[in-house]
Design a protein around this ligand. Structure first.
Ligand SMILES: O=P(O)(O)OC[C@H]1O[C@H](OP(=O)(O)OP(=O)(O)O)[C@H](O)[C@@H]1O
Ligand SMILES: O=C(O)c1cc(=O)[nH]c(=O)[nH]1
Ligand SMILES: [Mg+2]
Length: 195
């Protein structure tokens, strides 16, 4: 699948939100938001995207993968569906007092070859936090994968990043928001910092 085909799936699901004012997980502001939850509500769409992502990983030089681990909330469905097509278990980390932790009795062997699967990468901050958590538990993170890389290859997550689509969209510091965005009430769709 190429980027345009991936974005078409988002458009078909009403998930490519434009001309708004979104507060991203990183705190940056953007007029564009990929509301992945509206795509992943449809199992057939999740399957199309994640099967293609699994194939891209298998065709890469990453080598064998033992386990997929994803950061909650957004990473859970693509992590699971990608794992289904790679025939490996799917675990997730979730925030405990703001920090990612492996809970629910999930465990893996030290040195396990782990693929970190995200939904969207913007700055790469959430991916790095997830990878740090896995490494602290002894996992060998061999690569990261995501459905859409909004940095179009610029984000450094510390391991090779395989993205199904690369879609560069603007994001601004709060004191540098362009005039046309300033009058639009800001919305924060993600779960980081949710009380
Ligand atoms: O590369 P970054 O700058 O970290 O941005 C991308 C992250 O933002 C979203 O998560 P968010 O924290 O908004 O919560 P969610 O997973 O509940 O959507 C998305 O799921 C990624 O995890
Ligand atoms: O950076 C983010 O928080 C982000 C951007 C985006 O387009 N979609 C999303 O779910 N999160
Ligand atoms: Mg997330």
């Amino acid at each position: 699948m190429n980027t345009e085909q991936v974005l078409d799936v988002f458009r078909q699901c009403g998930a490519l939100l434009e001309n708004g004012h979104f507060i991203l997980s990183s705190g940056l502001r953007s007029p564009t938001f990929l509301q992945k939850a509206k795509v992943f509500q449809y199992p057939d769409k999740a399957e199309i995207l994640c099967k293609a992502l699994a194939e891209k990983v298998k065709e890469s030089d990453v080598g064998p993968v033992d386990i997929i681990i994803s950061p909650a909330v957004g990473g859970i469905i693509p992590g699971y569906e990608t794992a289904r097509h790679m025939q490996v278990p799917s675990l997730f980390v979730e925030r405990e007092k703001g920090e990612f932790a492996l809970r629910r009795g999930f465990e893996f062997e030290k040195g396990a070859r782990i693929l970190m699967v995200e939904d969207i990468v913007s700055t790469g901050l959430s991916s790095r936090e997830c990878i740090d958590c896995i490494k602290a538990l002894g996992g060998n993170v061999v690569a990261a994968a995501c459905i859409v890389d909004r940095s179009a290859g610029e984000a450094d997550v510390g391991v090779p990043l395989i993205s199904l689509a690369q879609y560069k969209v603007p994001a601004y510091q709060v004191d540098a928001i362009p005039p046309q965005m300033r009058d639009i009430p800001a919305i924060k769709p993600g779960s980081r910092g949710l009380q």
